[in-house]
Ligand binder design. Structure first.
Ligand SMILES: [Zn+2]
Length: 370
C-alpha cells in the first residue's frame, strides 16, 4: 500500500517536473508564489530581512537566489565584482540566468537584491524584496515555458550604494557583445508598496542620465529614451488587469515629462547603452514631495507623514516635515508595517506584476522582434 502511494506520487512529481503537463502548470499561480518568496526574502524572523550592500546578509541573499535558480534547473552565471565606497573596497555579485526563445533577441528583466535603511528599521520589503520575489517567480515559470524570444534575468547586487551591480554588468556586457541582441530591459525596483504602480521610460533629457553614462564611458550619442517597451508593458497590463488595474503612465510634471523618469535605478546603464527600458515602481508622482514631483514620496497615507496637506498634495509645513510619505529606506519598509498601513496591497501588487510581465514575455503580441 505504502509502496503503491509512493510510486504514484513519484510519477506525478515526474510529470510535473517534465513541464509537459500544461494543466499542472496552469494550476500554479506564480503571482501567489512570488508573495511566498517575498516572505523568504524580507521577513526578519522567517526569512532573510535587511540585506545591506557589503554585508553578510547581502551575501546570504545571493546564496538564496543561487539556490532558487539552480533549483528551477538553470545554469546560473555568478558575476563577482568589487567597487569603491567611502574609501573602502567592497565586493558583491550579480546573478544571471537566461531562457532561450524562438527568436534570438533578448529582453532583460532586472531586480536588485540588496536593501538599505536598516538603521531606520527598513527590511527592504518593497525596496526591493517585492521586485526580487516577482523576478524569481517569473524565472521559475519561464524555465518551463516556450518563449517567443530570449529572456535574461539579472539580479544585481549593491544597487543602493551606486547602481554598482548593474553598471558593472553593462560595462562587461558591452565589452563582450552580450548586449548585441538585447532589445529591451525591464527594471523591477519597488514594484509594490506605493499608492500607484507606474511604468516609465527613460528621460528625454540626456543630462538626467549623463553622470551614469559617463561612468560607462558612454555619451549622449549612445543613449536611448525610446518608450516602446514602456508602451508594450502598458498594453500587457491592460490585457491582464483591464483599464482599472493597468500600469499608470504619469502625466507631465515639472522636470519629468509624461511617462519619463530619472536615472536612480538599475535601468540607467541600459538606457545609456541605447536599450529601451521600462521601469516599474509603486509610488505617487502626484505628491509635491521634498524635491518636487519626482516620485520619491510614495503615499498620501497620513501615517507616513508628520502632517499631510491633502488639498495642496504636500507637507502641511515643508520646513519641518521629516517623513515625506516615503516607504523605501524607512521604518515602514517591512511587511508587518506595510500590512497595517495597506492591508493586502503589497501582495496584490507583486502578484499583478508577475502576471503582467509573464503575459508580455510569453506572447509574441507585444514585442516586435524584427
Ligand atoms: Zn531599489
Amino acid at each position: 500500500m505504502k509502496q503503491g502511494i509512493f510510486a504514484l506520487t513519484a510519477l506525478s512529481v515526474a510529470v510535473a517536473l517534465s513541464g509537459c503537463n500544461s494543466d499542472d502548470d496552469a494550476a500554479v499561480d506564480f503571482g501567489q508564489k512570488a508573495t511566498g518568496y517575498l516572505l523568504e526574502v524580507a521577513h526578519e524572523a522567517e526569512g532573510i530581512g535587511a540585506r545591506e550592500a557589503g554585508t553578510a546578509k547581502e551575501t546570504e541573499t545571493g546564496d538564496w537566489i543561487y539556490d532558487k535558480l539552480t533549483g528551477f534547473g538553470y545554469n546560473v552565471e555568478v558575476q563577482s565584482f568589487s567597487y569603491e565606497k567611502g574609501g573602502k573596497t567592497l565586493n558583491s555579485r550579480n546573478f544571471i540566468v537566461e531562457k532561450a526563445g524562438k527568436v534570438d533577441k533578448t529582453i532583460v528583466l532586472a531586480a536588485h537584491y540588496d536593501s538599505t535603511g536598516a538603521d531606520h528599521g527598513s527590511l527592504g520589503a518593497t525596496d526591493n524584496g517585492a521586485g526580487l520575489a516577482a523576478a524569481i517567480a517569473i524565472a521559475e515559470k519561464i524555465q518551463q515555458t516556450d518563449l517567443p524570444f530570449n529572456v535574461r534575468i539579472l539580479l544585481p547586487g549593491a544597487e543602493e550604494n551606486g547602481l554598482n551591480g548593474s553598471l558593472h554588468y553593462v560595462q562587461d556586457a558591452l565589452k563582450n557583445g552580450k548586449l548585441d541582441n538585447v532589445i529591451g530591459m525591464i527594471n523591477y525596483d519597488t514594484v509594490g508598496g506605493g499608492d500607484i504602480v507606474y511604468v516609465h521610460a527613460a528621460h528625454s533629457d540626456y543630462a538626467e542620465y549623463q553622470s551614469k553614462c559617463e561612468k560607462l564611458g558612454l555619451t549622449g550619442a549612445n543613449y536611448s529614451y525610446q518608450p516602446s517597451l514602456r508602451d508594450a508593458m502598458l498594453q500587457s497590463s491592460i490585457d491582464v488587469k483591464g483599464e482599472d488595474g493597468k500600469y499608470v503612465v504619469h502625466p507631465a510634471f515639472p522636470g519629468y515629462p509624461e511617462g519619463e523618469t530619472g536615472s536612480w535605478s538599475d535601468h540607467a546603464g541600459f538606457a545609456c547603452a541605447g536599450i529601451p527600458i521600462a521601469y516599474v515602481e509603486a509610488t505617487n508622482f502626484n505628491i509635491n514631495g521634498e524635491w518636487g514631483f519626482d516620485g520619491y514620496s510614495q503615499t498620501t497615507n497620513p501615517a507616513a507623514w508628520d502632517c499631510y496637506d491633502a488639498e495642496q498634495k504636500t507637507a502641511c509645513d515643508r520646513e519641518t516635515e521629516t517623513k515625506w510619505g516615503k516607504i523605501w529606506h524607512t521604518e515602514f519598509d517591512r511587511l508587518d508595517k506595510l500590512e497595517t498601513l495597506f492591508p493586502g496591497r503589497v501582495n496584490q501588487q507583486v502578484s499583478d506584476n508577475v502576471n503582467i510581465v509573464l503575459n508580455l514575455l510569453t506572447s509574441d503580441k507585444y514585442i516586435n522582434v524584427n
